[in-house]
Design a protein around this ligand. Sequence first.
Ligand code: 3PG
Length: 328
Amino acid sequence: PLEIKMDEMAQSEAGQKMKIGLYFALWWTLNVVFNIYNKKVLNAFPFPWLTSTLSLAAGSLIMLVSWATRMVEAPKTDAEFWKALFPVALAHTIGHVAATISMSKVAVSFTHIIKSGEPAFSVFVSKFFLGETFPLGVYLSLLPIIGGCALSAFTELNFNMTGFMGAMVSNLAFVFRNIFSKKGMKGKSVSGMNYYACLSMLSLLILTPFTIAMEGPQMWEAGWQTALTQIGPNFIWWVVAQSVFYHLYNQVSYMSLDQISPLTFSVGNTMKRISVIVASIIIFRTPIQPVNALGAAIAILGTFIYSQMDAADPVPVEIGACGTVGSL
Ligand code: 3PG
């Protein structure tokens, strides 16, 4: 009987690994598709506030329909839940719109190289805002992360300050989102999928007035006509694809968080950036110098070293939310 039990355990462990592998493959694929269509849309229609809003609107609509048709059971939420979700949604909104503004100004690969520096922001925020301390190895691993990102930024052929700052603001905002969402999800029975659905809806409410103030229907009208003339009716499908795939990749990433530790998640997130960087350089034929690529490789290697150092941290890791890094 002991042998049978061990056999069952090994089988369920293999099954679990396969499930996680599937989530990761799906998450990266959906993310690559989102990034490609998002950039194609931004190239023809440079309105990042509107496209960010449409991504959240698509997700909200998909989930409202899923709840109404009972394809997904709607979560039971109370005022406390929405109150705790507010800072998460605010940080998610800022991080999302800042990344989209960045990608409207620079190559997708450049935005993601800078975004691979997120662990460094995580450590700084945890140290200076939460008073957490880390083992020396963690601090040392920040050197290649920061150095690699800096090398890549300085040697970027199409450097643009707004593009750079957008990615930096996104890093900072997402670190706060992760800290707040960990607090918000603690002890709640809402699934990863429904948590992300509520997050999309609240973010949509927060973002819409700012989008109208920053861009507005008059600008969209003229831009839309130009894009339609240049691209043809297919342009509408590009917008639909960027919006729907944004929701899907985020939904899968939150679903995978139900299954894995924040540390595994952060390693997965970095590997996701490698696939996006490589795919976008090939598809958009982004000119890239060897020293620029070296910077990206050093930064990404630094993130792996960081995760290894953080894994050695005796502080237990808990399941957090999207992008939660290490023992945050
Ligand atoms: C966005 O638009 O929110 C960013 O592309 C998100 O980036 P990330 O999910 O890869 O951190």
